[in-house]
Design a protein around this ligand. Structure first.
Ligand SMILES: Nc1ncnc2c1ncn2[C@@H]1O[C@H](COP(=O)(O)OP(=O)(O)OP(=O)(O)O)[C@@H](O)[C@H]1O
Ligand SMILES: [Mg+2]
Length: 442
């Protein structure tokens, strides 16, 4: 995968458009900055080195025209691309006069977007030297999936293979490893991305309702069924249905699912008529379905139909080389959200994060970084991390080592926990600073 360096700032008051643009741009390896208002955009322009700005025109408060004017004045060399749902002649004239390179009318296709971006970015311009305003480390990503470990690259390879066909996919992974994220990437990176993606949490809907919700029902099929209704499968027609926590589906739902997989048709509750559908099914679970099969709570035939392609997402502790990339992403995300700026982290704090074993995986990491961003000023240090991370430091405690070695390891641990503050460490250890230095050099 080729990594592009260009930073693209997208500005729109509609988060759906922001996310759509982000997905497309990231699939071409651009680095995406999102702003939901002109005010936010101006802050990002100030703090980051942006190579292209893509903006909506109609926005509440300050609109896109103002932004274009501002950019033309303050960043005359920055190319601008306008995306708008209101193609007014006056609007386009104004935009073009103010130096906008291209103009896209919503809805646009992925190809139209690509063309407009290539045109804007590759127009020769005297590009200023890049400052190192961002973290400096380049983020590796695929869709919204961040990571460059072998394990995550394997996952991305499978996504690449399946995204453009409708093979049934089964995603396995501990809680918080990114199962839903991967399901979305399969849909949005593939050629059916313009069709719907519907996520259903099979554990979140009462058992008796799940059947009706998934497959639809006829009026009078049960008490409360006052009209005919389409189910989620019909709603996802042409696209993808994501069946999360599939292990929670009742045996009744399972047998209907089997029918969908075998015959590619659904039968509404209360009906006998089969309706053809064309949906890609992505199922996920963190429970052990093989064990459920043994206990006869999960159908074996369904299991084999579901697991045509299996994606195993490794827990974070098995791909620790992704931690710094993920941290970067979350620092940026929450820095902009809470502090209006990019927040950094000391190497010591990062070391603490890299040593912890993350039972809650990426979700836990994100929460901890979010909290640290709130707690810190502009630099996250060890003190901004929760206590239990620091004390779970693993200094191969089960290996038997001489007292001297253990002493040294313990001193290192205390230093790490105090952010390398020798005075504080000396206080905790009740020895003086000179002794610390001496013992470390032994
Ligand atoms: N590789 C990744 N890059 C960036 N963000 C990630 C990555 N993996 C997970 N996340 C983020 O972590 C959070 C948890 O991911 P997700 O909801 O997909 O996990 P899950 O496996 O479905 O968890 P659960 O089993 O608890 O439902 C989300 O906010 C997601 O965006
Ligand atoms: Mg999930």
């Amino acid at each position: 995968m080729q990594l592009r360096k260009e930073n693209i700032l997208v500005v729109d008051d509609d988060v759906n458009i922001l996310e759509l643009l982000q997905r497309h741009l990231q699939s071409w390896n651009y680095h995406v900055f999102k702003a939901i208002s002109v005010k936010e955009a101006v802050a990002i322009l100030r703090d980051s080195n942006i190579d292209l700005i893509i903006t909506d025109l109609k926005m509440p408060e300050v609109d896109g025209f103002e932004l274009i004017k501002f950019v033309s004045e303050h960043y005359p060399k920055l190319p601008k691309l306008v995306v708008t749902g209101y193609p007014s002649v006056q609007g386009s004239l104004d935009a073009i006069k103010s130096g906008v390179v291209d103009y896209l009318i919503k809805p646009f296709t992925k190809d139209e977007l690509k063309l407009a971006i290539d045109k804007s970015i590759f127009i020769p311009k005297g590009k200023e030297q890049k400052s190192d305003a961002f973290s400096g480390s380049k983020s590796k990503s695929y869709g919204d999936i961040i990571g460059d470990s072998e394990k995550i690259n394997d996952v991305i390879q499978i996504i690449e293979r399946v995204k453009d066909n409708k093979a049934t996919i089964f995603i396995k992974g501990e809680s918080g490893t990114g199962k839903e994220l991967v399901a979305r990437a399969i849909h949005y990176e593939g050629k059916f991305s313009r069709a719907p993606f519907i996520a259903v949490n099979c554990g979140g809907i009462p058992e008796n309702l799940l059947e009706a919700e998934l497959f639809g029902y006829l009026k009078g099929a049960f008490t409360g069924a006052e009209t005919n209704r389409e189910g989620f499968f019909q709603a996802a027609n042409g696209g993808t249905i994501f069946l999360d926590e599939i292990g929670n589906a009742s045996l009744a739902v399972q047998s209907r699912l089997l029918r969908v997989l075998q015959e590619k048709e659904v039968v509404k509750v209360g009906s006998t008529k089969a309706e053809k559908i064309d949906v890609r099914i992505v199922a996920a679970t963190n429970s052990d379905l093989r064990d459920m099969i043994k206990k006869q709570t999960f159908r074996e035939d369904l299991f084999y139909r579901l697991t045509v392609v299996e994606i195993n997402i490794a827990p974070l502790r098995e791909r620790k080389d992704d931690i710094h990339l993920l941290v970067d992403k979350f620092l940026f995300k929450y820095g902009v959200e809470y502090k209006d700026r990019f927040v950094k982290m000391t190497p010591e704090a990062l070391t603490v994060l890299e040593r912890y074993d993350w039972p809650g995986n990426i979700r836990e990491l994100e929460n901890i970084v979010q909290r640290a961003v709130i707690m810190c000023d502009k630099l996250i240090d060890v003190e901004h991390l929760p206590e239990h991370l620091k004390y779970s430091l693993n200094f191969s405690s089960d290996a038997l080592v001489p007292l001297k070695v253990m002493e040294k390891q313990y001193i290192e641990k205390v230093l790490l926990a105090t952010g390398n503050n020798k005075t504080k460490a000396a206080e905790i250890l009740q020895i003086d600073r000179k002794t610390i230095r001496q013992k470390l050099s032994e």
